[in-house]
Every structure is written in C-alpha cells, then in structure tokens.
Design a protein. Structure first.
Lengths: 461, 178
C-alpha cells in the first residue's frame, strides 16, 4: 500500500512541476516530484483539518488523484484508445545510452557509484533502526503518529486548553511538513515513519545533481554531489528523522532555484523558487530568513520592469504557508510564548561567544569535513572573476542567509530557552546543514572551477 | 588515418585511469586527514552493515530496547499490561531516582519522566503525572498507576501480597469495586 502512496505523491509532485515549468529536464522534474508532492499532501492535510474533514487515506487519495487528473488534463484529453499508443519505452536503448555515458566518463561513473554507496548506507541505516532521537519521539514523530491515529492536527496531544503536552516543548507546533509526512507513513500502517526521511534524502540527491548538472559539467555535478552527500554531520542526520535535513533540503533548493531564476529571468523559475521557499517555512518557521534573502535578491537583481510583480509573486507564494500556520496556531493552540527579542540590541559578550562557537563548528572536520574550508579556497581561486562571475550573486545570497540565520540566534532570549552554549552546539549546528548544499553548489559551479574542469575533461577525458 | 581514433581512445583510457587513481588517492588522504570522513565510511556505512549482520533478525521492540534501554522496556511492559483506554498515573522524578539508590532508569531527557517521550510509546493510553494533580482533568479519572522502585503502592485501595520493584497496577481492585 505504501508503494501506491509514494507513487501518488511522486505523480502529484511531477504533475505540479510539469504544469509550472515544462522546460525543466526530466531528472529535475523527477527529483522535485516527491519533495513538492509531499508538500502538497501536507498542505491538503492542513486544509482538511480546517474544514473538519478527517485526515485519512480515503480523503487524501481522491484529492491527490483529482489533483493529478486536473493538472494532466491536457495529456488525458489527448489520449485516445482508438489510436494505438506507443508504450515502447525502449528501455534497452535507454540503458544502453547510460552505459555508453558510463564508459565514456569513467570518473563520472566512479563518483556516481560512490554516491550510490554512501546514500545506500544511509538509507539502510535509516530503515533498519526505528525512530529513537529524542526530538522526534517527543515531537515530530509523536505528532505524525497521533495525526494519523486521530485524523486531525489539533488532536489529543493538545490536551488541556490547547497546550501541547509537557515535554514536547514547541516541537508539536512546528508547521506540519515533516510531521505530516510521518503521518502519511503511519496512515499506510507502517510501524515506523523512517521511510519518509530516506525518500526526502534520495529525491534531494537527484534534485541537487540535476540542478548542478544543468549549470556545469556532468563530472562537476557528480563530484559536487558526492562531497555534499558525504559531509559527516549532514549524512549522519539523513538517517534520523529530525526536521533539520528536510529543512536544509527545501532551503537549499529554494536558494538554488532562485539563483537560476536570476540568471534565466523566466517566470516559471521564479514560481518554482517561491514554492520551495514556501515549503521551507512549511518545514520550520525560521525559514523566513531564506524568504528575506530571496526578497533582497529579487529587489537587487529582479529586472526593472517586473520587479514589483515578481516580488509580490514570490512573497505571496513563499510566505502564505507561514502566515496560514501562524493564524491556525493562534486560533487553535495555546503555545504563543515568544523566545525572541523583537527589538535591536547590542551584547558584545554574546556576539563573541557566538562567533567562538561558529568558528569551532565550521572548522571542525568531524562535523562538516572540508565544506567550510573549500568555500574559501574556491573564493580565492575565483577572485579574479569575482565581479563578472554570475555565481558571485549566489555566494552573496548564501552569505546573506547565513548572516540572517546567525542574527536570528542572536535575537533569542536564552533565559527563556536553553543556555546559549547548548543551543549553539545543537540547534545552530544542525541549522548549518542548510548551507552545506549551497556551498558545494557554489564551489562546483563558479567560473574558475567550472572552467578548469571543462578544460580538463573536454581536452583529456 | 584509420589508426588515429584508436590512439585517441587509448589516451582517453589512460587519462581516465589516471584520474580515478588521483581521485581515489585524494579521497583516501581526506579520510586520513579528516576523521569525520573516516567515521562516515567505517562507522556510519560499514558499521551499519556490521550491526545488521550481528542482529539480522531482531524485532522492532528489540531494536527500540537496544536504543532506548530500560526506560523503553518498562514502557513496553506497561503497554502490554494495560488496555488502550487506560489513564495511567506516572511516577515523580523523586520516585524514579530515589536519593541514595541506584536507579534502573536513565536520568536524561529521553526517559519515562518526560511525558511526551513516554506518550510516544504508550499512545493511545493517557499519561498523567503527579505534578498535574488538580490541573489535568484526566488525573481524577486515572485507573492505573505505574510503580517504580517499590514506590506508588500507597495509592492503591487494596493490598498486594507480593510487591514487585517495577510494575503497573489498577488503582482500584476490580473485585472489590464490583
């Protein structure tokens, strides 16, 4: 049954991306399909809850099927039984083409096999062990389990006056992309929801590779994807079901697709970027920093004519899920305690402590490998081209979003939360996952590295 | 003229081979220099396969017990001993970790003293903690009590012949109430 469920999510996501942008490559569309499809399913769960429609497979499946039919209506209309349909997918031919590429590009094959080895290891680990991380058991997975059991988001976990049960902290009130996807697994009677984490990860690898390949050489895409995947702390969390990896996935795709829109100027690309931005805040509210980055990027590079229209489009699609969720929370739950200072202030000791932790975290090879070293090297190598290289804009977007992310942690009133040191070594550290794909994307797409590999691989290999 | 493609092909194979050797060398060097990459390959990936080979046929319950320890085993016992609609009074922190005694339970966030964490394993049963008395309406409706470290027997309205260190019992004697 879960196979049918996953296929429907993929089909729905594929139909959405296909409707928005027919020009995307099949690999991009396939990579995006589950990520967008799962976003759509969890938004449907949210709407069902508001309309008091039970969240059940018998309500979700018709919605998903209906969505697919509606989005693929043109294709369905063209379909004629009387006309013989060519179902010959020419699989041997396609496999032959892949094998031909593999033979022609042995180094590419080598890195693709390494990616498969690493990703398979993570997926096997994820599927072997049940959910055991504290945040999930006392938070997202618990929420997913109860949504599936009771068919509603405002469920018995908010047992007294809408307050989340003790020990869950604020985890039960996170936007429901992750807990909703876990609920989807439990609705299919699975004993654990870990398959969802693995699916997010697999489809992200495909998306990241496809996006990098469209901008640079095939070999660069393979090496860049490999180094992104093998980042130690990032990979370790892909087999746990916390919200951090899905958050990093959506946030990085939001930034990369926005950068691609800055280059192409195509409205379809902007819509895709806005959808990913929306799904980022649908995963964790702090995703707002990526929307702010996006807004600034649009204001700076959005073209004179349609700048405001583009901004409005991005803002509406990107921010809608967060606004909707916050209104829902205010109405349904009693969990509005803010931990943020809502005014600017200056605390040098706090800044010093945060910078000390940031330095320790990013240069600790145990956590992020060479990720934060290589970006400096790539930047220095590219310094001559820095003003002319389009990827400089992408680097600036990455730095800006990282700065905003750090500012968000600076604005936290730690007397209402855990101590600063603890938050920096846990939440902030995991928040850095968002910048791992962004860094590797920059490293392998910037002018110097891309040019160098183009020269090497077209001249010699 | 005909021989040239062959020559090109052999040069390409040579460079392919060299590039893979260089890539492998760089990766092995990285594994040596950066312990994180070594950990990924040896612990995260290969370690997982070793664990699976070591425990090929264990059940989901056994896996949880391996990861969550005694706290999970106790909750799983409660799950088996109580109906799905049970409302269970859970022990206080002082009862779980009595002063001067070694406790079987974990003194961490992920342990039975955390309501959300314990609820995950016992849902749809409802859990009430003693600090919720008077605040949580379910407390008055509780029909079971979780006993740890021989503490909690005093809440029963009947006598127990043989007291276990850790168990779960109905608050009221069914025979007496009938």
């Amino acid at each position: 049954m879960i196979i049918v469920g996953i296929l429907l999510v993929v089909l729905l996501g594929y139909s959405i991306i296909n409707k928005i942008d027919m020009g995307k490559t099949p690999l991009e569309k396939f990579g995006f399909s589950l990520l967008i499809g799962m976003g759509a399913v969890t938004i449907a769960m949210f709407i069902f809850d508001i309309l008091h429609i039970p969240i059940r497979l018998y309500t979700l499946y018709p919605f998903m099927l209906g969505g697919v039919i509606l989005l693929q209506w043109r294709t369905i209309k063209k379909f004629r039984f009387a006309k013989p349909v060519d179902f010959n997918l020419n699989l041997p031919g396609r496999i032959g083409t892949i094998l031909k590429i593999a033979r022609q590009h042995l180094l590419w094959t080598f890195f693709i096999l390494l990616i498969l080895f690493i990703a398979t290891g993570s997926v096997v680990k994820s599927l072997y062990w049940p959910t055991f991380a504290y945040d999930n058991i006392a938070g997202y997975d618990l929420m997913g389990k109860v949504i599936a059991a009771e068919g509603k988001i405002n469920n018995s976990l908010f047992e007294i006056d809408g307050k989340p049960i003790d020990g869950s902290a604020k985890r039960l009130t996170y936007p429901i992309l992750v807990s909703g996807s876990f609920a989807y697994a439990y609705l299919h009677n699975l004993k654990t929801s870990k398959i969802m984490t693995s699916l997010f990860f697999i489809f992200f690898i495909i998306s990241f590779y496809a996006l990098l390949k469209n901008y640079t050489e095939r070999i660069n895409a393979a090496i860049g994807t490999f180094f992104m995947v093998i980042t130690p702390e990032f990979l370790a969390f892909t087999s746990l079901s916390t919200t951090n990896i899905p958050f990093a996935i959506y946030a990085s795709l939001a930034m990369i697709t926005l950068f691609l829109w800055i280059i192409s100027g195509k409205r379809e690309d902007l819509i895709v970027a806005a959808i990913f931005a929306g799904l980022t805040v649908w995963t964790r509210s702090e995703g707002i920093i990526f929307i702010i980055t996006g807004v600034i990027a649009i204001l700076v590079s959005g073209g004179k004519e349609r700048r405001w229209k583009n901004l409005l489009l991005y803002f509406c699609i990107g921010l809608a899920p967060l606004l909707a969720w916050n209104i829902y929370m205010a109405v349904s739950f009693n969990a509005s305690q803010s931990v943020f200072y809502l005014y600017p202030y200056w605390d040098f000791a706090k800044i010093k402590t945060m910078l000390m932790w940031i330095r320790r975290l990013i240069f600790a090879g145990n956590y992020f490998g060479i990720t934060f070293y290589i970006v400096f090297i790539a930047f220095v190598l590219n310094i001559k081209q820095i003003l002319h290289d389009r990827t400089t804009k992408f680097l600036l977007m990455t730095v800006l979003s990282w700065g905003l992310f750090t500012l968000l942690y600076y604005q936290i009133d730690y007397s209402k939360l855990d101590p600063l040191d603890l938050v920096m070594t846990t939440s902030y550290r995991r928040g850095l996952f968002c910048f791992v794909p962004l860094i590797w994307y920059y490293v392998f797409s910037n002018h110097s590295v891309a040019g160098f590999s183009r020269k090497i691989f077209s001249d010699f290999l | 003229m005909k021989k040239q493609p062959k020559k090109k092909n052999s040069t390409k194979i040579f460079f392919d081979f060299i590039s893979i050797v260089i890539a492998l060398t760089v990766l092995l060097l990285l594994m040596q220099i950066i312990p994180g990459y070594n950990w990924v390959v040896n612990s995260l990936i290969l370690g997982t396969y070793k664990t699976i080979a070591h425990y090929p046929n264990i059940t989901l319950e056994q896996k949880w017990a391996l990861k969550c320890g005694f706290d999970y085993r106790y909750l799983n016992y409660i799950k088996k001993q109580t109906p799905k609609d049970a409302i269970i009074i859970m022990p206080t922190k002082e009862e779980i970790f009595p002063e001067g005694e070694k406790s079987d339970f974990k003194n961490a966030a992920d342990c039975i003293k955390n309501k959300a964490w314990a609820t995950y394993f016992l849902y749809p049963r409802k859990l009430v903690y003693k600090y919720e008395k008077g605040k949580n309406p379910y407390y008055a409706k509780a029909n079971y009590i979780a006993i740890v470290n021989y503490r909690g027997y005093d809440a029963l309205d009947y006598q127990i012949a043989r007291k276990e260190k850790h168990c779960v019992l109905p608050l009221h004697n069914k025979a007496e109430s009938q």
